[in-house]
Design a protein around this ligand. Structure first.
Ligand SMILES: [Zn+2]
Length: 286
């Protein structure tokens, strides 16, 4: 529930703009099918011991200034093919600009030059897996963050596999974009999460973290835009009904206020209803 004071007109306009943009993009993907989904993308098998990526989809797209080079800090388990897709450059351009050997694994924290990126796209790899029945949304409760940092914090907290979420939505801090999506290693490996013990959610839910403390402030419009598109895409793909999309605090047995009192829950649910087809709002049939 959104307990904050009513948003200003500009906030609402900006939110609506992002929503419509997101809706249009999703509809575009839905209508044009293959044209907007890159079905040929397969992460290296070394990262996928038992699951096969069957498709990826572009979520948010941001035009980048031409004739520039971008420096990208590699997040855990990011790969050259995924980065090439994200920035609209070829794998060859990426390997040559950074003098990488063919097939060389990237190291978390490594800085890469992205030569003349065309645009930035959030890439969502999806896999065949009937484990995912819920989606649980969190805030990191910290003002700034990125996958590399949250991974370190979670390891220090005793999570041996690091970053406990499956996805992280950045807020524009620490060199990441506002609304940038980072797919975490647990998602790439299709492993269980470490984000919500209550109701056995670590095992059967997809955990999405948003950088920020939403007891202090609301998520940005760009973060909400990415979140809505991501949740809609995952819910449709894994046939997760809208009633199984929960904030951490809504999970039976969870004793937390995560994702914060100012997370605009009602508006989020409404937006989700608008982008998800009616059939996917029905109860899970399998
Ligand atoms: Zn949480």
């Amino acid at each position: 529930m959104d307990r904050s004071s009513p948003a200003g007109k500009n906030d609402r306009r900006q939110f609506l703009f992002h929503m419509l943009k997101g809706t249009a993009l999703l509809l575009l993907q839905g209508c044009s099918g293959l044209a907007n989904r890159t079905l040929d993308y397969l992460p290296p098998h070394a990262y996928l011991p038992s699951r096969r990526a069957i498709e990826t989809a572009a979520a948010v797209q941001t035009d980048l200034p031409k004739e520039t080079c971008v420096t990208h800090e590699v997040a855990p388990m990011e790969t050259v093919p995924r980065l090439a897709q994200m920035y609209g450059v070829t794998e060859r351009e990426l390997t040559e600009a950074n003098r990488l050997k063919p097939g060389e694994a990237l190291q978390p924290g490594q800085k890469l030059i992205i030569p003349h990126p065309a645009r930035y796209k959030n890439i969502v790899p999806v896999y065949e897996n009937d484990r995912w029945q819920y989606i649980v949304i969190h805030h990191t409760a910290g003002k700034t963050g990125k996958a590399l940092l949250v991974d370190r914090i979670h390891r220090e907290r005793g999570f041996d596999e690091g970053l406990g979420y499956h996805f992280l939505v950045d807020n524009g801090s620490l060199g990441k974009g506002d609304g940038q999506l980072e797919a975490a290693p647990r998602w790439i490996r299709q492993d269980e999460g470490a984000h919500c013990k209550a109701s056995n959610m670590n095992v059967r839910s997809i955990g999405i973290g948003l950088v920020g403390n939403f007891n202090d402030q609301k998520p940005s419009a760009a973060q909400m835009n990415t979140l809505i598109q991501l949740v809609a895409l995952l819910a449709i793909h894994y046939q997760i009904p809208a009633c199984n999309v929960l904030g951490h605090c809504m999970v039976p047995g969870a004793k937390t206020d995560c994702p914060g009192h100012r997370f605009p829950w009602q508006r989020f649910q409404l937006s989700l209803q608008q982008v998800m087809p009616a059939s996917s709002m029905l109860a899970r049939s399998r």
